[in-house]
Design a protein around this ligand. Structure first.
Ligand SMILES: Nc1ncnc2c1ncn2[C@@H]1O[C@H](COP(=O)(O)OP(=O)(O)OP(=O)(O)O)[C@@H](O)[C@H]1O
Ligand SMILES: [Mg+2]
Length: 506
């Protein structure tokens, strides 16, 4: 049964994002929405939710349809609420007063431990913040669920839980999911929409199979285009020969035929549609300014605590040497971000059990990219921090995928992936010799993730990083620190941790 009918939908925000998109969403649909960074996925979800007016076309919703939209980013005003209150506030006032038990039910369904219920969202890890957003939408019992990058910030265990939660959801509640996590899309979708400026493509297949089908469609479009151009060339050649014969023999008939052939060639050429060409969402490049120091960072048995002072674990004595790419392993909420933050604070502050080499030039990107001021434009962001002229700043921004049109609008309007790319550019301009990266692949599309991986390795970067992305951390890491209970231990490989994470917990 159709619940949403999309007809000839188009949206232009500066650039045309999508056009002439027609699609019906039925009750059994689990649709993966796929495109590179900044191509309009979140915009399309906002249109489906009725929060944003499309430029052209229309969306017809079944009468009384409740659309639940889990956004890509947590709204800043939610951070001061407790997890419980945030979910409760999603209920209509009367229900909130008499049926608050619904909050307990939904939090239980999403496996949220009781001790987190009354903590402020600002004090919770990114993974739990995302779970709170999902709970606040799910409690409204939507008829259609829109999930914008739901796996960002989730650890592997919670990704597995989300997969099984989605699998167990009522089959007549359709879901539209944007994600750059291929394994998650394969497990959770049965249709795939590849969003494109022209001719978006839909397949009745999960991501990987759809990707192969899309490659065939593109290849056959490419062949058809080449064929059409070839035919047009042949027609022109014949027309040229016929013209000579016609002139020599003075035949009007042949000259008319010549014109007909040339007209057919014109028509073919103007109708020949080039195949879709995917262009990059921007370069990701890193630099390593180098240093002669061997030990870059020394941790003198640091005690890692939550912001309210609860002890989590001690680090023991640990060093990060030049060329080390240390991956910090631990489940959501065990204190990875906390350690990264403490090191960051120590590097900018005074006395601390964190020692650093005198020549250290650190660059830090936090999980929520809060180093970017959303009120400033990308151009201001670059020129205020670095002594580059406007012209140079514009060139590097364009290279990073922030095109001229977007350079003078608030950074807050950039898509999630564009913000992540701007954050990486800011790190590079800092010319560091050490990177502290907390979940740097969140929001990056697949090309972006691979580019970041390649840059870290190619430049022999020294870094401490947190990531839940299996292939990324396996490829990039050459040392692994695992939070085991109240201690931080060095382990040889991440494999034991990864397989334990994927297993259901009792
Ligand atoms: N209010 C706005 N005004 C102008 N441009 C906007 C606005 N909101 C979004 N954009 C632009 O529209 C484009 C699409 O943004 P959108 O957030 O939909 O992308 P996305 O496909 O979800 O990307 P990502 O994978 O990075 O999340 C981006 O170039 C973005 O900068
Ligand atoms: Mg988005």
């Amino acid at each position: 049964m159709t619940i949403i009918n999309i007809r000839a939908l188009g949206m232009t925000l500066g650039d045309p994002l999508f056009s002439d998109l027609s699609l019906t969403i039925s009750k059994s649909d689990r649709i993966g929405l796929v495109a590179a960074n900044g191509r309009g996925k979140s915009t399309l979800l906002a249109c489906l939710a009725g929060e944003l007016e499309q430029t052209t076309g229309d969306i017809t919703r079944a009468r009384g349809l409740r659309v639940g939209h889990v956004r890509q980013n947590i709204p800043p005003e939610a951070l001061s609420q407790t997890l419980y209150d945030h979910v409760l506030a999603a209920l209509p006032a009367e229900q909130a007063e008499y049926e608050s038990w619904r909050v307990d039910v939904v939090l239980d369904e999403l496996s949220v431990p009781y001790d987190l219920f009354h903590q402020k969202l600002s004090a919770l890890s990114g993974g739990w913040q995302r779970t709170a957003l999902l709970a606040a939408v799910w409690i409204t019992r939507p008829d259609l669920l829109l999930l914008d990058e739901p796996t960002n910030h989730l650890d592997l265990h919670r990704i597995a839980l989300l997969e099984s939660w989605l699998a167990g959801m009522p089959k007549d509640t359709p879901v539209v999911i944007t994600s750059h996590d291929r394994a998650f899309l394969d497990a959770s979708t049965n249709r795939t929409l590849f969003l494109r400026p022209e001719s978006s493509q839909v397949f009745q297949l999960p991501y990987s199979a759809a990707r192969a089908a899309l490659a065939e469609v593109d290849a056959s479009d490419e062949r058809r285009h080449a064929n059409d151009l070839n035919k047009a060339r042949q027609l022109r050649r014949q027309a040229a020969k016929l013209k000579n014969v016609g002139i020599n023999s003075g035949s009007d008939l042949l000259l008319t035929k010549t014109k007909q052939l040339a007209d057919r060639a014109d028509k073919l050429e103007s109708a020949a549609k080039p195949a879709h060409r995917e262009h990059s969402a921007g370069d990701i490049r890193l630099v390593n300014s180098g240093t002669h120091a061997k030990a870059l960072i020394t941790l003198e048995d640091l005690a890692v605590e939550t912001p309210d002072g609860t002890m989590l674990y001690r680090t023991g004595q640990k060093w990060i040497n030049k060329g080390d790419r240390v991956v910090l392993l631990g489940a959501n909420g065990t204190g990875k971000t906390q350690l990264v933050r403490m090191i960051q604070n120590a590097l900018t502050g005074g006395n601390s059990p964190v020692k650093s080499a005198a020549s250290l030039v650190p660059a830090y990107s936090d999980q929520h990219l809060s180093q970017l001021d959303s009120e400033r434009t990308p151009l201001e962001t670059v020129t205020r921090r670095f002594d580059t002229g406007d012209q140079r700043a514009r060139t590097v921004l364009a290279g990073a995928g922030i095109n001229f049109g977007m350079q003078d609008t608030r950074s807050g309007e950039l898509s999630g992936g564009q913000k992540a790319r701007l954050a990486m550019l800011m790190l590079r301009l800092h010319n560091p010799n050490f990177y502290l990266l907390d979940e740097p692949t969140n929001h990056l599309d697949i090309d972006g993730q691979e580019a970041l991986e390649a840059e870290l390795i190619r430049n022999d970067v020294s870094c401490l990083l947190v990531s839940h992305d299996r292939s990324f951390l396996r490829n990039v890491g050459n040392r692994f620190w695992q939070i085991k209970g109240r201690r931080l231990e060095e382990v040889d490989t991440p494999e034991e941790f990864l397989s334990a994470e994927m297993k259901p917990r009792s």
